[in-house]
Design a protein around this ligand. Structure first.
Ligand SMILES: [Zn+2]
Ligand SMILES: [Zn+2]
Length: 171
């Protein structure tokens, strides 16, 4: 979504409320093992603060991915507080010799909110995912998940010594 800034761009202190729910173009392909399963929701505002814009709000999206240990599919959601300074593109070019300036930019009266949201969400995506804290990964013996019913390798306990004694009684 592109936000039309006309009403605030020349109006210090002006605010536009933003409430959107939409699928981002950048998210359609997914990222690595992550597939986005819901539209991105953002509720917040953009405010003109002495010619700079301040974007504030909450963004969230649902996604599915796989457990790093066992490969099981897991569903997660990412929710984050957005608070970004956005400078006019021409101003940013003037600070080109300052590579540390990684602030977002806007051009003319248009703010490309999609790009900013996609960027914020991607940088906050966890690097690793596990299906549960005690996931033990895959069984070395049978290749099934150790947590699952299909792995019984652990249950092959040695016979209880008390039962061992009874062996042979009925021969
Ligand atoms: Zn797992
Ligand atoms: Zn097993």
């Amino acid at each position: 979504m592109k936000i039309d800034l006309t009403s605030i761009v020349k109006n210090n202190g002006g605010t536009i409320k933003i409430s959107i729910k939409e699928y981002l173009e950048d998210f359609k392909k997914g990222i690595g093992t992550v597939t986005f399963t819901s539209p991105v929701e953002f509720n917040g505002s953009v405010t003109n603060f002495n010619g700079m814009l301040i974007l504030k709000g909450k963004a969230n999206v649902d996604y599915s991915t796989v457990c790093d240990r066992c490969g099981e599919k897991i569903n997660k959601d990412l929710s984050l507080t957005v608070e970004e300074d956005i400078v006019e593109a021409t101003t940013a070019e003037n600070t080109e010799n300052n590579p540390d300036d990684d602030r977002f930019t806007f051009t003319g009266n248009i703010l490309d909110l999609d790009r900013i949201l996609a960027d914020c969400l991607i940088t906050n995506l966890p690097m690793s995912h596990i299906c549960r804290d005690d996931c033990n990964g895959l069984c070395q013996t049978c290749g099934n998940r150790i947590n699952s019913d299909s792995c019984n390798c652990e249950e092959k306990d040695p016979i209880d010594p008390r039962l061992e004694v009874l062996k042979g009684f009925f021969d």
